[in-house]
Design a protein. Structure first.
Length: 280
């Protein structure tokens, strides 16, 4: 990979899920390049600690409540006259099906609906800034099972949350592709990426992940710094070298994905359904 990264002095970068893991690692790396970081997290103490560490501003939001996302968007628009990068990195795996405060399956809301709403609410500012939108997807999209008539997993086997998680990452790829299509020609670019299997608190309530850690298989997972490196590259590169809408496996464009991930009609339908679901 050729490093076309640049210094980011004067650039504003908003990272959700930045209080730990690859979000925190990316915040530290991008602040080191001179960027002003908006540190978004659910945990107030950790979020404020990371903001202090990177010289940024903390924003507290729980994606279990879409009203938190609306308050977050207003706070970000007040704080930043321009937003150069929005990194939709928050999310996770919920091992037992439950509903958010808004009545949606929690993995679906945390990983898709909340970042979809945040991006929509910031979209005018992002277009004005000719921003780059980056969403953390996953190779887990390969075992996703998208059913536009059952986005909340009311009528399907939940399987410890893994199928819902994989589906939410498939939705992430579709969302970014549709965002790229809708903003073509505006200067805004959008990308998604698989960070690898990273040793973070992801899935900490999942029995299968706890078992793999007990058996020592956690050593196969990479560090948050390594997992966050593709995010840093996509945020800092002057030219990404791939079309807006591309899904990366790490630094490599064209990551493995379900065939439906490139279906334009599905991406459009998911966008329109999501718009209805997040409407106040």
């Amino acid at each position: 990979m050729t490093d076309s990264s640049q210094e980011l002095s004067g650039r504003s970068v908003v990272i959700t899920g930045a209080s730990s893991g690859i979000g925190r690692a990316a915040a530290i790396a991008l602040a080191g390049r001179g960027a002003t970081i908006g540190v978004v997290g659910r945990n107030p103490e950790r979020t404020r600690a990371v903001a202090a560490e990177v010289g940024g501003q903390p924003f507290i939001a729980d994606f279990d409540r879409l009203d938190d996302v609306r308050h977050l968007a207003r706070a970000l628009l007040t704080a930043y006259p321009r937003i150069d990068v929005l990194a939709n990195n928050a999310g996770g795996l919920v091992s037992t099906r439950g509903l958010s405060a808004d009545g949606h399956e929690r993995t679906f809301q945390h990983n898709h609906l909340a970042p979809f709403l945040l991006t929509q609410l910031l979209l005018e500012r992002l277009i004005e800034s000719r921003a780059r939108v980056i969403s953390t997807a996953s190779a887990a999209n390969l075992f996703g099972s998208l059913d536009l008539n059952d986005l909340d997993w009311a009528n399907r086997r939940y399987a410890g949350g893994w199928r819902a998680y994989g589906t939410s990452k498939l939705e992430t790829i579709l969302f970014i592709r549709e965002l790229a299509r809708r903003t073509a020609g505006t200067g805004l670019t959008a990308f998604s990426f698989h960070p690898g299997f990273v040793a973070t608190e992801f899935g900490s309530n999942s029995t299968s992940i706890k078992l793999s850690q007990l058996l020592g298989r956690d050593v196969l997972r990479s560090s948050p710094e390594k997992g966050g490196a593709p995010l840093v590259h996509l945020a800092a590169a002057e030219e990404v070298g791939s079309p807006s809408g591309t899904y990366f496996d790490g630094f490599k464009p064209g990551g493995w994905e379900r065939k439906i991930a490139s279906n334009e009609a599905t991406a459009k339908s998911l966008w329109e359904l999501s718009e209805r679901l997040v409407a106040p």
